[in-house]
Write a protein that binds this ligand. Sequence first.
Ligand code: HEM
Length: 453
Amino acid sequence: MNTRKPPRRSNRVAAGQAPETQGVIQGDLARAVLEPGAYAKWDTLLDTFDHLRSTMPVVKVLPDTEGVFDPFWLVTGYDDVMRVSKDNQTFLNNPRTVVFSLTEGIEFAKALTGGSPHMVASLVTFDAPIHMKYRKLTQEWFMPKNLRSVEDEIRTLAQETVQRLVDAAGHNSGAVDFVPLVSAPYPLHVVMQIMGVPEEDEPRMLMLTQQMFGGQDEDLNQSGMANMTPEQITQLVAGAVADFEAYFAKLTAEKRAKPTGDVASIIANARIDGEPLNDRDMMGYYIILAAAGHDTTSASTAGAMLALAQDPEQFARVKADRSLLPGIVEEAIRWTSPVQHFMRTAAEDTRLGGQKIAKGDWLMINYVAANHDPAQFENPRKFDAARTPNRHLAFGAGAHQCLGLHLARLEMRILFEALLDRIETIELAGEPRRAKSTFVGGLKTLPLHITAS
Ligand code: HEM
């Protein structure tokens, strides 16, 4: 997946011209749903989605960028996002899964891979029938019953992480940034642990996944991608893939020689239709797990902590009654919706939200918008840990629904158990800031005053 800030062509919509006509948005309104910076201004973004959902729940977005990004249908209503997610025959993941799949980048990927539009082929880029064959390989491993086998390891990581937070709070008179200390490193440790990557290799893995999946926020992406051309980005990604392949070739050999119960052993020894996975597909599997498992859980973890910091009574209640924790975790995942969108391509002519969708049209299913649809969630901007039912779409739905959803819930619950054991009070120590990102997004800073028990 390649990323780049969309170049502006501010003269596209002449002054005074309405940015929305006949189910089409462009100019400022298109930028308000498409630019990474728009996703850093949460309330404004939610206002925009509310406006669109109530007037044009499925609307054509004409990006301001000729030939770089293609037009697409933006889907903002809960029911429509659910329908697209579940109808995997009509709405395909191939060929482009995220909105910043640059047209030129895809051509480049095809040239480098010998025809595939993806530098990395993985579960999110497969459709039926191959998708399910790949998914089934690890689906069982990610079920709650099996995850019990890694609970103790995750608890140890959680306790070590909370200890670091408590130590830092002691050194800084209680003022700490929760994101770099807790919510960013902890899910990365967990996902690396389940893949058998030693801790000293984590920074390298982080850099590689950033290069491949391109954090769009300049503070978070250390790979220097922000100002590169699509060709340069694709070259960088190709280098990262090669580096990743070399790293995991060694791991695969080890796991084949001596399989352990971890997920990397399952992938290394997997067979599809009787044949072992080829190197490229195996890498795709490792890469999607490494990339999908950390920023997402990190964002919902930071969101849960923000909600508790903003509501000391809720914090006191859950400290006294741990049975409230699963509700807090689930609501944090809805409230933050860390995966903000995925794209689908129509396999045939169809209708959605009163619009005619043609075969080949591109659609953005926006999880942030769907999870704030007042027709489904009463007072959707409120963090309500008692919300029942809470059938949010933050993990998607249908054949591609998040493979790691039980793991994400488990690791959040275990972390908050450790936090509640050790933390007496939390209070905001400054304004939290959100990352600029259209794809995976959330808080990049969360300054807190903390007192330990
Ligand atoms: C797919 C969200 C954590 C692995 C997805 C999708 C979403 C999502 C929205 C796409 C669903 C669709 O297309 O219908 C989240 C959120 C998380 C989280 C919000 C944390 C709060 C994780 C973790 C892992 C993981 C911890 C594993 C280590 C995957 C994989 C897929 C996926 C492998 C692709 C599944 C497929 O295409 O069949 N996730 N995810 N995710 N997620 Fe997660």
